[in-house]
Design a protein around this ligand. Structure first.
Ligand code: R5P
Length: 281
């Protein structure tokens, strides 16, 4: 068995390989003169674990090419970050169910799929091969434990993130709560003050994704205005689109952390162990 990774999932792929004691498939990519991606892999084993996050159109194409290049082995696909999963239904007539489109395209040529904290579990049913996810809530809890905060409140920014926040909180026996969010536009949200009243201790906002940072910045501003001692933010998938990081910092968030499903400067904990365990329980 070997691990083959797309360019932007190399660090996580190497960590998964280390956990499994498996080798890495050498892969090189370049561009044709018209911009199309060229890819070539080195020798494969009978089974290949292909690892690639969906971060852009190019990363989708690279992943499709890598799966195809591995067609002589059994391919198990790991998609650490399943992009397009938030468009999980037709919100307005004429829209695609983007999550379904991705799942259908990525079911071909693979025997099973594993992803991490998919935005909604129902998305997994769009794959035509067995698909599962791992939940990094325990790892988020472990990470928060290393921050040395005294009795932090674990806060979900909206009701949808409650199962995640409760699982994180149970790791440290911390209190948890959720806020109410109204999305105004793609990068603007309104967060209502906490129903239970102001929180004057440390608060840790937890969410599956940070994209523009608008959600957690608005939540942090509200909490700090109400007297919170400090606000921290931990997510699974740190997209940090555009000026998200400076927005979060200027909102007063002290610690910003994400996993390595999207490799970046804020990757503070790894999904490799849980992925390796889920691949070979
Ligand atoms: C939405 O339901 C997700 O769980 C996140 O809260 C959302 O994707 C965060 O987006 P942003 O950082 O752009 O506010």
């Amino acid at each position: 068995m070997k691990i083959a990774c797309t360019g932007r999932s190399r660090a996580l792929g190497a960590r998964i390989a280390e956990h499994l004691g498996a080798g890495l498939v050498e892969t090189r990519t370049s561009r044709f003169p018209d911009g199309e991606i060229y890819l070539q892999t080195g020798p494969l084993d009978e089974t290949t674990i292909v690892v690639g996050s969906l971060l852009s159109s190019d990363s989708l194409v690279e992943l499709l090419l890598l799966i195809d290049a591995c067609h002589r082995s059994e391919v198990r696909l790991v998609i650490p970050y399943l992009g397009y999963a938030r468009q999980d239904r037709e919100f307005k007539p004429g829209e695609p169910v983007s999550a379904r489109a991705m799942a259908r395209a990525l079911s071909r040529g693979v025997s099973r799929v594993l992803t991490v904290n998919v935005h909604k579990e129902s998305v997994l049913s769009h794959f035509s091969v067995p698909a599962a996810q791992v939940n990094l809530a325990p790892e988020v809890g472990e990470y928060i434990g290393t921050l040395g905060l005294s009795d932090p409140l674990i806060l979900a920014p909206d009701e949808g993130a409650v199962p995640f926040a409760t699982a994180v909180a149970s790791r440290g026996g911390w209190e948890w709560d959720h806020l109410e969010k109204t999305r105004i536009s793609g990068d603007e949200v309104r967060i209502e003050p906490r129903k239970a009243g102001p929180w004057t201790g440390e608060a840790v906002l937890v969410d599956d994704i940070i994209s523009t940072g608008g959600t957690l910045a608005a939540a942090a501003r509200m909490l700090l205005a109400q007297g919170a001692k400090g606000v921290h933010a931990v997510c699974v998938h740190g997209l940090f689109a555009g000026k998200a990081l400076s927005l979060l910092r200027s909102a007063g968030i002290r610690e910003i952390a994400a996993s390595d499903t999207i490799e970046g400067s804020e990757s503070r904990y790894s999904a490799a162990g849980p992925i390796a365990k889920a691949l070979f329980p």
